[in-house]
Design a protein around this ligand. Sequence first.
Ligand SMILES: Nc1ncnc2c1ncn2[C@@H]1O[C@H](COP(=O)(O)OP(=O)(O)OP(=O)(O)O)[C@@H](O)[C@H]1O
Length: 331
Amino acid sequence: MSSAVLDPARVGQGSGDATGPLAVRTEGLTKRFRSGQVAVDDLALRVPRGAVYGFLGPNGSGKTTTIRMLLGLVRPTAGAAWLLDSPMPEAALAVLPRVGALVEGPAFQPYLSGRDNLARLEAADATADPRTADRRAGEALERVGLTAAADKRYRQYSLGMKQRLGLAAALLRPRDLLVLDEPTNGLDPQGTREVRHLVRELADAGTTVLVSSHLLAEIEQVCTHVGIMRSGRMVLQGDRSVLVARGVSRVRVTTTAGLTGAAARVLAGLGLDEVGTDGLRVDALLGDVAPERVSAASVAAGVDLVGFEVRHPSLEEIFVELTGEGFDVAR
Ligand SMILES: Nc1ncnc2c1ncn2[C@@H]1O[C@H](COP(=O)(O)OP(=O)(O)OP(=O)(O)O)[C@@H](O)[C@H]1O
């Protein structure tokens, strides 16, 4: 399917969608590498304008390949992508100046300083205004905390400094959309906090931000929306409440000796699943049963309530459950 076949106007691109105007949209986006590896499989990405979209998934789940396709750096095997309503890669020249990107391996010169590298990028960009280049480079370096190291050669930069320079390059001018692939890679905790702060600031100023990470905790606090990838497929996408809604709460009743059987029968009688007993504790999945029904039914059945606890899983637990993330990478 090519973008010519799939007209954005016909599929409601940019309006009409339940989620409102979109800054990034893909339909059936697929990448099969020559090795036969399907890195991205039939992806329908939906990044609303103004969102901070956390693009999450374990190592190897297809985030970088997706981002490279969005930016026209990798050609999709099938499907289509739009950035700011413009088809990619066809409209790359027109739309990419409005898009700041931080992707792996930016083309920086090792023997030039950070500042001179930015100047070189500016000089290569025909759409940039040379009169304001120095000021904008200085501001971008300051925003990413690189002013002190601005005149050091790139090859002497630490990984974190390189990452900051990549961010500075994305911020050389105001952007409507920022696409950041693992921006906290190589940063220390303070640097990670600064990136979060920067993302929030940019979003407050109206920029849409698509930010990938394999660590939910790193970007959870700034995301308005999430998309979770597993083995090249999107397993969950929407505003951040979809994550919470996805979590399954558990209830735990603690009672006295001799009453655990009765407690288990109460829980099962209410239709709760996975009822299990451990010492004086009886656990079950709460499902959509109200907790107060469980406590009331227990008391009515003569079960002493020594303890009563409802546990909501953390976002991290939900993320791990969805992605099946373990120590090994996906593939
Ligand atoms: N050029 C390539 N040729 C063959 N396979 C590739 C190529 N690039 C990526 N892959 C494979 O595609 C899959 C997805 O990789 P991708 O880099 O998109 O994942 P990711 O989610 O960005 O992971 P990470 O968090 O580790 O960067 C992986 O299995 C990877 O080995």
